[in-house]
Design a protein around this ligand. Structure first.
Ligand code: MN
Length: 203
């Protein structure tokens, strides 16, 4: 038995809810095709692992585990990504508690925004910008290449930004920096606050 089977969650808003920052077309493709593909492939890899374990098939464990890591993490990151966005707001900003945690770890919100945006625009190839938190409440900004490389093993993601081309190219072409800059308008800081509280100390 293994309980890590994946499911494709519904979006917590309509496909056009994030316009004009992210178009309906991108959201439809991104959720219904890309995210769905990670869910399906992750579950296929999981089934293969179980069959290999039971001696029902032979397989290359290194290859299957690699597939599982890529697709499982891809599916989880997308589930998180949908939750941490909401319709665009002017001057969108975190509340006092989140801002205080960011100030303690980065010096100021502007420092954090600059570092996180820099992480997003400089990912090599396909990947994510991530804000992580550890059990002691320490925060770090960084990158994931693909969905699963460069992570920090004692930290969990609490804010993620998809900078794969499929996340922005239809709307922004090669202007990734504009996508990243506009994305700050749709960050759901209430959700970030919520999961900050679930991970380690309350903030
Ligand atoms: Mn994506």
């Amino acid at each position: 038995m293994n309980n890590k089977k994946l499911a494709l969650p519904l979006l917590p808003y309509s496909y056009n809810a994030l316009e004009p920052v992210i178009s309906q077309k991108i959201m439809e493709l991104h959720h219904d095709k890309h995210h769905a593909a990670y869910v399906n492939a992750g579950n296929i890899a999981l089934e293969k692992l179980e069959k290999i374990r039971l001696g029902e098939m032979e397989g290359n464990l290194r290859e299957v585990m690699r597939d599982f890591s890529f697709n499982y993490n891809g599916a989880l990151l997308h589930s998180l990504f949908w939750q941490m966005m909401r319709p665009a707001q002017e001057n969108n900003a975190p509340d006092e508690k989140v801002r205080q945690a960011i100030d303690e770890n980065f010096g100021s919100f502007d420092n954090f925004k600059k570092e996180f945006s820099g992480a997003a625009t400089s990912v090599e190839g396909s990947g994510w910008a991530v804000l992580w938190k550890d059990k002691e409440g320490r925060l770090m900004a960084g990158q994931l290449e693909k969905h699963n490389l460069l992570g920090l093993n004692d930290m969990v993601p609490i804010l993620v930004l998809d900078v794969w081309e499929h996340a922005y190219y239809l709307d922004y072409l090669n202007d990734k920096a504009s996508y990243v800059e506009k994305w700050w308008q749709v960050v759901n800081w209430d959700y970030v606050r919520h999961i900050m509280g679930e991970v380690g100390q309350m903030v």
